[in-house]
Design a protein around this ligand. Structure first.
Ligand SMILES: [Zn+2]
Length: 401
């Protein structure tokens, strides 16, 4: 099964907007209530409340606050419990910060883990009814979850996650891509079926050699001399050539990946923890990762697609993408390894790209679309980037939720 996501604009009527506001309010209330209970329990026992323990609180709570019965689809509350229990698992496994209370002044959302149907130009949502929607494409597949969000401009969106048979994928423009950025290969891209590696262009190296040579020449010239000025100009020229060809490459690659996808998942660049190593730092800045993510970000945003940036706690290279076993260490020079738990042979970068993709899907499933406001913005001015945190999950695990 392949998961695809589609984010569409929806146009609820005034009455439906009121109903959605109530449902979103209920989910927010339940999240905050459950979070509070969990904190209490944690203080008393050192343990958090499981998803089923949280759900067990609901019947009594519904007696006390009857609007939890009338104003919201019960499955939406259960989806909230699920999201909260993951938030705690992540916290305990040191992959995430402590879960936060939700504010009504931020983006609002409500999840529908089942019973949503697409009906012509409408989407049918439990308790809300038929809501007008604009579809840019159609999928033949089972709807897994739908998350309805309202942004600060009062625009409504539905993020639909479909389960598709691989044969329904036309392969153009509707993929979820997980990208691991590397040094040996510039980008390793997994689309759920296959992994593609994109090399650093070879001609960069040639340019660099040229640059080093010209810089040496420059250093031998006398200060203030004419020939020094000349040499300076030559160096500047090589710099410009490198910078242009790099930008050109990054534009082309980001264009291609944007065309192929609906959602692109990358690791937050601070993740790599490599920057302290001086040599690597040089290589990284040469690679232009930051510029690349920037290009992706605005190209995706223009087309109302999503970039999900995964937080630095996520140990993409240490986790087995097959069984989720986590290795203690994964030194940089280990390019291939075998999982001691399930014996799967991994290419380091491909495994990382798979994990990154699975994590992006998990975020989409629990939060709809990434929202810079809900977790604190990572990079202002770069569009929709999230600092969403992570529980590594394989697609198999996801389908059991
Ligand atoms: Zn394994």
């Amino acid at each position: 099964m392949i998961r695809q996501v589609q984010k569409i604009r929806i146009y609820p009527t005034e009455k439906q907007q009121q109903q959605l506001a109530k449902a979103m309010g209920c989910c927010r209330f339940w999240w905050n209530y459950a979070l509070n209970q969990t904190i209490k329990t944690y203080k008393e026992t050192g343990k958090s409340l499981s998803r089923s323990a949280l759900n067990a609180l609901l019947p009594n709570l519904k007696q006390e606050f009857t609007w939890l019965k009338t104003d919201v689809y019960s499955q939406s509350l259960q989806q909230t419990s699920l999201n909260l229990s993951y938030a705690f698992i992540n916290f305990f496994q040191k992959r995430a910060r402590f879960p936060r209370f939700k504010s009504k002044h931020r983006k609002q959302s409500v999840g529908f883990p089942q019973s949503v149907k697409v009906d012509g130009d409408y989407i049918k949502i439990p308790k809300i009814g038929l809501v007008k929607a604009v579809f840019d494409r159609r999928y033949v597949g089972k709807i897994k979850t739908v998350t309805v969000t309202k942004d600060s401009c009062n625009h409504y969106f539905a993020s639909i996650i479909y389960e598709l048979e691989a044969c329904f994928l036309n392969g153009k423009g509707d993929k979820i891509l997980g990208i691991d950025l590397g040094i040996k290969d510039f980008a390793i891209v997994n689309d759920g079926i296959k992994t593609s590696k994109y090399n650093n262009p070879k001609h960069f190296e040639k340019h660099y050699k040229n640059l080093v040579r010209k810089q040496k020449k420059l250093s031998r010239k006398k200060l203030g001399s004419n020939s020094r000025n000349k040499a300076k100009k030559l160096v500047a020229k090589v710099y410009a050539r490198i910078s242009n060809s790099r930008q050109d490459y990054l534009h082309k690659l980001s264009r291609k990946l944007t065309n192929d996808s609906q959602v692109i998942v990358v690791e937050n660049l601070n993740v790599k923890g490599m920057v302290r190593n001086h040599k690597l730092a040089q290589a990284i800045s040469d690679c232009g990762w930051g510029m690349f993510v920037n290009f992706l970000s605005y190209k995706l945003e223009r087309e109302d697609k999503n970039l999900i940036e995964i937080d630095r706690w996520f140990a993409s290279s240490k986790i087995c993408s097959n069984c989720l076993y986590q290795m203690d260490k994964m030194p940089l020079d280990v390019r291939e390894w075998t999982c001691p738990n399930c014996q799967t042979k991994h290419d380091r970068d491909e495994n990382a790209a798979k994990n990154i993709r699975a994590e992006g899907i998990r975020i989409l499933q629990s939060e709809g679309t990434p929202d810079s406001a809900s977790r604190g913005s990572v990079r202002p001015n770069l569009g929709l980037l999230t600092k969403a945190l992570v529980l590594p999950m394989s697609l198999e695990t996801l389908s059991e939720l």
